[in-house]
Design a protein around this ligand. Sequence first.
Ligand SMILES: [Zn+2]
Length: 234
Amino acid sequence: MENNQGKYLSDAIRERMQAEGKRYWAGDNISDYVSDAARPRLIDEATEAFELVLDRLLIDRETDPNSKGTARRLAKMYFNEIMAGRYDAGPDCTAFPNDSEDRYEGMLVVRSEIRSMCSHHHQPVVGVAYIGILAAHKLIGLSKYTRIAQWCARRGTLQEELCNDIAREIMRATESKDVGVYVQATHGCCENRGIMAHSSLTQTTVLKGAFLTDPAVKKEFIDNIKLQQDYAPR
Ligand SMILES: [Zn+2]
């Protein structure tokens, strides 16, 4: 690609990230480096690259009507949908004070539907995240838990990393040290290829603060997940 130096915006952005020591793995958010104005050009560049992939796969994108716009559809899908959590800034999570005399001190458990993609095979990961939190001095709107989980999920991830990412971002948004995240998901890379195992259910749990150290808190979290699952089984 040496003769293309300076031609691609994606090359310039990558060079900037490298120069500044910014990690840009499939699961990393790089929104500070990708402006809204840059995105159409990046989609054009990815379209060109996907056209090459289709050519190398010997798929006729000239006369096959189903494959004609596929390269652009793929490019748009990666940037705007299945990997949008890499390029979009995090959700705006306005926090409300929770410091009055009758402040809420209990546990909150939110069930969030998530769709992600494994970074090894770019296959879908579909499931739910149960986010548990002991209320601190700030509260965020209920929908924000799911927005944060989906923002973390819309990247190329491993489920273990995703679970960690959701916990970290929830802690950041709420300033609570006591957070538990349980993710249950099926993996396209186990269902559509490899061992071809249907309903390849995988569970991961990350426990922080009291969720890790206080058995009663941990039990309440797990019990609440069970109650949620009885109410809305996956
Ligand atoms: Zn995979």
